[in-house]
Design a protein around this ligand. Structure first.
Ligand code: ADP
Ligand code: MG
Length: 223
């Protein structure tokens, strides 16, 4: 069964009094272990789509199902648990806490969430693969933008969630670090995580098991 499914998703916004569809009637599903990349120009609706499937934005119409349950069914305790524990969303921009070291940032979800803290071995493995092992005791203010980005990605992948969603995760990275990030996404997908990555960098599309081209709120083509 698909881990996540979207049916007839629509999101309308208004611009100068006129409404338009940032996401226009999208059907989508992803199975465990799939690595889907969504490529499209700026303004094509990629971020809006991610915000809908993670439940950060309510759709104008349509439904999102996770493990067969509607994301909107907030009375369902199980769905909040799945959202909190099994789905990791890496938004555009930085989201590290400045008062915590890189290590503390990566482990932060496990100090508040009640889910099992990853082992030190796993922490070192992930930090090593992302090239930030030397930076674990530094504070975010001492890091470059690309290093912060990779620390954010380490935090998301460390516990092998069921679904990882990343919005232009390699936009600020050089090609060597882009490969490190894509390699780790591909690796956790091979271990069963469903991965959705949005990008406008065509050179990274080869990592995906499926590529969708987005244009004007729709998936226009399988590239
Ligand atoms: N909160 C909002 N209110 C009004 N319009 C929005 C809002 N968020 C996004 N849009 C518009 O919806 C379209 C899609 O935006 P977005 O999903 O951010 O595109 P992308 O991530 O592909 O660059 C754009 O025209 C954008 O200006
Ligand atoms: Mg965007």
């Amino acid at each position: 069964m698909a881990f996540l499914e979207a049916q007839k998703l629509v999101k309308e916004y208004k611009r100068r009094g006129k409404s338009f569809r940032a996401v226009d009637n999208i059907d989508f599903s992803i199975n465990p272990g799939e690595f889907v990349m969504i490529e499209g120009e700026s303004g094509s609706g990629k971020t809006t789509f991610l915000n809908l499937i993670t439940g950060l934005t309510d759709p104008t119409s349509g439904v999102v199902l996770i493990d067969g349950r509607s994301l909107k069914d907030t009375g369902d305790k199980e769905i909040s648990k799945i959202r909190n524990e099994k789905i990791k969303y890496i938004p555009q921009g930085e989201s590290l806490l400045s008062a915590l070291t890189v290590r503390e940032n990566i482990l932060f979800p496990f100090t508040i969430g009640g889910t099992k803290r990853p082992s030190d071995e796993r922490l070192l493995e992930v930090a090593g693969k992302l090239g930030i092992a030397e930076l674990l005791d530094e504070y975010p203010s001492e890091l470059s933008g690309g290093e912060m980005r990779r620390a954010t990605i380490a935090r998301a992948v460390i516990n092998k969630p069921s679904l990882i969603i990343a919005d232009e995760p390699t936009g600020s990275l050089d090609s060597a670090n882009t490969s490190k990030v894509m390699d780790i996404f591909r690796e956790i997908a091979a271990e069963g995580t469903a991965v959705i990555v949005v990008t406008h960098q065509k050179e990274t599309l080869g990592y995906a098991s499926r590529v969708l081209g987005m244009s004007k709120g729709r998936f226009a083509s399988a590239i």
